[in-house]
Design a protein around this ligand. Structure first.
Ligand code: 5GP
Ligand code: MN
Length: 328
């Protein structure tokens, strides 16, 4: 394989160092965990010392994957490390882990707008998952694709493409996924662990949130809402909402979804998803958040009615800027 200068500089930096701390974004998902642990297993195979630290625990379904229960959950990285490898984070604050800037930082990411916070920065927003990029680094390091590494690369790709559903999927995505299967990954088992490990509270919570769903006047935007009382009444938790936001998009006419989750008082976590060319990442950015064209988020404060109106208006405008995917 040809090795790009970006990857070569990462390989050289890793070879020259011994003790690594690996981190990824807060509220982890399959791509952050998969990227982080694929890298961890590769470095261990090279005889390196590796500690993985995250701000938050992994969602329960991901605890079934190798190494996930061993990830250290801590607000700060302390100790002697020769480098910090940060994956899947547009800026260092996305880790939610303090103190990482004290180390030699290697930044590997696919989020548009990555701030280039590392001593080495490799950024590729054409990658369908950060796990694709980690796969390239593992190969360039000359580390064989073990079952653990392959499992985490496959987990990253499966989840970040929404089960091969979203944009940015390329022939490479399938080539890498194919290599992972060849290395022994069982795609049925991975999918079952990720998607078929729900508890009943989660299903009831989905029901409550979807029953209360609103549709905008144009019939193209779904507005979903969750507060602490709804979660308590259905027997689910906020962590159980993972993936819920994608369900309204399964309706043919729905082009975008905005999901408001009450935090404290008037503050809401906002998640958005869209289809095709509708850029909701730009809207999240206007509100101080960020993300991708089709998946983005931010945190906002204000009366919920005014917030919903404001987001819906902006999303309607974003949809009107794009040709209908159905016509043409
Ligand atoms: P989610 O809706 O799953 O929380 O986030 C979807 C995507 O939006 C994430 O992968 C991340 O890239 C981005 N995102 C979500 N919240 C924020 C935020 O507060 N700030 C930034 N910069 N990106 C976010
Ligand atoms: Mn990702």
């Amino acid at each position: 394989m040809t090795i790009s200068p970006d990857i070569q500089s990462i390989v050289d930096a890793i070879r020259a160092r011994q003790r690594f701390v690996l981190s990824s974004h807060s509220r982890p998902d399959g791509d952050s965990i998969g990227s982080q642990l694929a890298m961890a297993y590769a470095l261990k195979a090279m005889g390196k010392e590796v500690v993985a630290i995250n701000a938050d625990a992994a969602p329960p379904p991901l605890l079934a994957f190798p190494g996930v229960p061993e990830i250290r959950i801590a607000p700060e990285a302390t100790g002697a490390f020769d480098a910090a490898i940060i994956m899947e984070c547009g800026d260092l604050a996305r880790t939610g882990v303090k103190g990482l800037e004290r180390y030699f930082v290697i930044n590997i990411d696919h989020h548009p707008g990555n701030t280039g916070y590392g001593q080495i920065n490799w950024f590729d927003d054409s990658a369908a998952a950060c796990g694709e990029m980690v796969y390239d680094v593992v190969g360039a390091l000359g580390v064989p694709l073990s079952l653990e590494i392959a499992t985490h690369v496959y987990l990253a790709i499966l989840t970040d493409t929404g089960s091969f559903h979203y944009s940015n999927i390329t022939p490479r995505t399938f080539t890498i996924a194919g290599e992972c299967i060849a290395a022994g990954v069982d795609p049925v088992l991975v999918a079952r662990n990720v998607y078929d490990s729900n508890n009943m509270g989660r299903l009831k919570l989905f029901g409550a949130v979807l029953s209360a769903m609103q549709i905008d006047q144009t019939g193209r935007i779904a507005i979903v809402y969750l507060d602490h009382e709804m979660a308590r009444a259905s027997g689910g938790t906020y962590e159980d909402t993972e993936g819920l936001i994608n369900l309204p998009l399964t309706v043919k006419e729905i082009q975008a979804v905005v999901f408001f989750k009450e935090q404290e008082g008037d503050t809401y976590r906002v998640s958005m998803r869209s289809k095709g060319e509708i850029d909701i990442g730009a809207i999240a950015k206007e509100f101080g958040g960020g993300g991708h064209k089709n998946a983005a988020g931010c945190t906002v404060t204000g009366p919920i009615d005014a917030l919903q109106k404001s987001f819906v208006e902006k999303i309607e405008r974003a949809i009107d800027c794009e040709p209908s995917p159905i016509s043409g």
